[in-house]
Design a protein around this ligand. Structure first.
Ligand code: PSV
Ligand code: MN
Length: 388
């Protein structure tokens, strides 16, 4: 029997990376609602992210998205982040908002456009060199809407060649993290639609190419924890983009739609060594807060991940292994479910209080007056959003 006291020390090594864009406005193709106090710059996004870390102790780094977070001086930005108690993390490339990329980026048939996309990846690596970020994350919008629009095979060949050119520019301690997604914006064929395709490209590139698993990027019913187990087994799970979905790539708060799925994923992470001290797996959020306040939305998200991590750590792995080996189906399932149904919220509140953190970070944020302050202070300018 594993108790909360047994797992408490493991909780202190949890680190969840926040996406800078979660603090900006986002929406659907129908409407983007703005929130008073929305940041107008990356500096203001970092200030908001610092609130999340201050209240939870769980979010020491922030991922950038280029060009949304482009600045003149990245060294200055790193120091700005450090003064807030934060670190700049993964650099996310963006080849989905430029007219040139209508028919693809790293897969584009036109060498001019393909070179431009490769140059963008190189720019991201230049930024990483200054910020000290380890990971370049590539998610591509590339794909086709109609059979016959493009040659599926040629597109893979061009992709492989482009990725080689990007990988070759990486420093010794940097990684290329390739994210997959089964559809959208392309509706017929996506060029990196699944973990298999991502893995195939990573294997061809070399050891420092790893897969990013965005939990919202699978067809309904996909067994995501199986993918986690397999990628960890092969040493190729680079990072998570955590969020949750009811229908498509909804980008809702992680753990909101299906807490049990999050539990199963985190169990496999722990089982596979992805939560070990020396693990290189990055636990990032990739979410959009379209209608809820963004800072408490991020606070709730990191707390959800912490809560499910605690429950997954509570699984009595020795007993589970014995049940599995004995073919005791119901005992094995019962052991997992016992851990999943354990309410750890009061223990986590005590754990936080013992570390000088607010026992209830959501309440502490609501009472802090920060939301009212930014709503009053951030006057004028353009709120950050997907176009910024
Ligand atoms: C694509 O849907 C994606 O998941 C990629 O990670 C992008 O960079 C991100 O969304 C933007 O939110
Ligand atoms: Mn993502």
């Amino acid at each position: 029997m594993t108790t909360f006291d047994d797992i408490a020390p493991s909780l202190s090594r949890q680190a969840i990376e926040l996406p800078s864009w979660a603090f900006g406005n986002s929406g659907t193709r129908f409407k983007v609602f703005t929130t008073p106090g929305t940041p107008r710059s990356i500096e203001e996004k970092l200030a908001d992210a610092a609130q999340v870390h201050e209240l939870t102790g769980l979010a020491p780094s922030v991922a950038l998205h280029i060009p949304w977070d482009r600045v003149d001086d990245y060294d200055k930005l790193s120091r700005f982040a450090a003064d807030l108690g934060l670190r700049l993390g993964t650099v996310n490339s963006n080849t989905f908002q430029d007219d040139d990329y209508k028919f693809g980026s790293l897969t584009h048939v036109d060498e001019r456009v393909r070179s431009k996309a490769i140059a963008h990846m190189h720019e991201c690596i230049d930024i990483m060199d200054v910020t000290g970020s380890r990971d370049l994350k590539i998610w591509l919008p590339d794909g086709t809407n109609y059979p016959g629009q493009g040659d599926l095979r040629d597109r893979q060949d061009r992709l492989a060649d482009s990725l080689q050119q990007v990988y070759a520019r990486l420093g010794e301690h940097q990684r290329l993290v390739l994210e997959y997604k089964f559809f959208e914006p392309a509706f017929y064929a996506t060029d990196v639609p699944d973990w298999g395709t991502s893995l195939v490209h990573c294997l061809a590139l070399g050891e420092r190419a790893v897969v990013c698993l965005d939990t919202g990027h699978h067809a309904p019913g996909t067994n995501i924890e199986f993918i986690v187990a397999q990628l960890l087994r092969l040493g190729r799970l680079g990072s998570f983009d955590f969020n949750s979905r009811f229908y498509a790539d909804d980008d809702l708060i992680v753990g909101a739609a299906d807490p049990f799925q999050l539990f199963r994923i985190l169990y496999e992470v722990i089982r596979g060594g992805g939560y070990d001290d020396d693990s290189d797996v990055v636990f990032m959020l990739d979410q959009c807060h379209n209608i809820e306040d963004k800072i408490p939305g991020q606070v709730r998200s990191v707390l959800n991940v912490q809560e499910m991590t605690a429950r997954a750590l509570l699984v009595d792995r020795q007993a589970l292994r014995e049940a599995e080996r004995a073919g005791d189906v119901l005992a094995g399932n019962g052991i997992l479910m016992d851990a999943f149904y354990t309410d750890v919220r009061a223990d986590l509140a005590d754990w936080r209080a013992g570390r000088g953190l607010p026992a209830d970070p959501m309440k502490a944020y609501a009472e802090s007056g920060y939301q009212e302050r930014i709503a009053a202070d951030r006057f004028g300018g353009t709120p950050a959003g997907w176009g910024a």
